[in-house]
Write a protein that binds this ligand. Structure first.
Ligand code: NDP
Length: 254
């Protein structure tokens, strides 16, 4: 390895603590457990389901990794900032963050309510800003490789009927990630999106996906564990030269 490559390498020293927002259940829970199995300590996060998040933390401790739980609404900027700054002051800067918390509030556009528009945009886009902003300077000051992974969606790539709000939010995240990746590349902090297709979770529990399933080349919904594997790869040592990308996990949907 040349001296240049050695000093730029992002595969060295990839370990530490990763915050996973929205990890009380669903895809976030699977990501937290997978990261722990792959050797990371995990900061779990939820909005209200503290008991569920504590149970995930207990499971992670059983795997021999450290885990703690933070609870705040990602749309509440002051609360998010204060909680994250206090946690970093006590435990040190994180190696990475997975911005996974998200919601849907679907409806045909003419009937979409202001509340449905605002809540989805606020949770995804403000949520990204409110969580990542307080973490970035401490990550830079670590002077070590770092990872930021943001949960987009197939809806942000192709646009789904009845999801103008959600598609806008998830496409916006892809733009934010591309810009931030450029800013942080020299710091050896990679920034990427994962864009799941239809995944079996609470979010999809109520829908009738028979038609959608037929449109998926693999003819089935994905599992949270399959998304978690992709996220853990992007957080791991083999992804040190991958940044500014969107990794689709969608059974060939687009
Ligand atoms: P779930 O509804 O199962 O879980 C959502 C998680 O986000 C929960 O932990 C919830 O916390 C948290 N959350 C929601 N809103 C807030 C908020 N305002 N502040 C803090 N936490 C919040 O969702 P999934 O696991 O299915 O989805 C996870 C991510 O993947 C989302 O970003 C979603 O958009 C994305 N995605 C999902 C797909 C799918 O088919 N399921 C497809 C493509 C993308 P609490 O439990 O406390 O309420």
């Amino acid at each position: 390895m040349t001296r240049d490559n050695a000093s730029l390498s992002t595969t060295a020293r990839v370990s530490g603590t990763i915050l996973v927002t929205g990890s009380s259940r669903g895809i976030g829970r699977a990501i937290a457990l997978r990261l722990a199995r792959d050797g990371f300590d995990v900061v779990l996060h939820c909005r209200s389901r503290i008991a569920e998040a504590q149970a995930v933390a207990e499971e992670i401790r059983g795997l021999g990794r450290r885990a703690r739980v933070l609870c705040f609404d990602v749309t509440e900027r002051a609360q998010a900032r204060a909680t994250l700054e206090a946690d970093i002051a006590e435990h040190g800067a994180y190696y990475g963050v997975v911005c996974n918390a998200g919601i849907t509030a679907d409806g045909a556009f003419p009937a979409l309510t202001d509340e449905a528009w605002d809540s989805v945009i606020d949770t995804s886009l403000d949520g990204f800003y409110n969580v990542v902003k307080p973490l970035v300077m401490p990550m830079i000051r670590r002077r070590a490789p770092g990872r930021i992974v943001v949960m987009s969606s197939v809806s942000g790539l192709i646009g789904n009927r009845g999801q103008v709000n959600y598609s806008a939010a998830k496409a916006g995240l892809i733009g934010a990630v591309k810009a931030l990746a450029v800013e942080l590349a020299k710091r050896r902090i990679t920034v990427n999106c994962v864009a799941p297709g239809l995944i079996d979770s609470d979010m999809t529990a109520d829908g009738d996906f028979a038609e959608a399933r037929r449109a998926i080349p693999m003819q089935r919904l994905g599992s949270a564990d399959e998304v978690a594997g992709a996220v853990s790869f992007l957080c791991g040592p083999d992804a040190g030269y991958i940044t500014r990308q969107t990794l689709a996990v969608n059974g060939g949907l687009c």
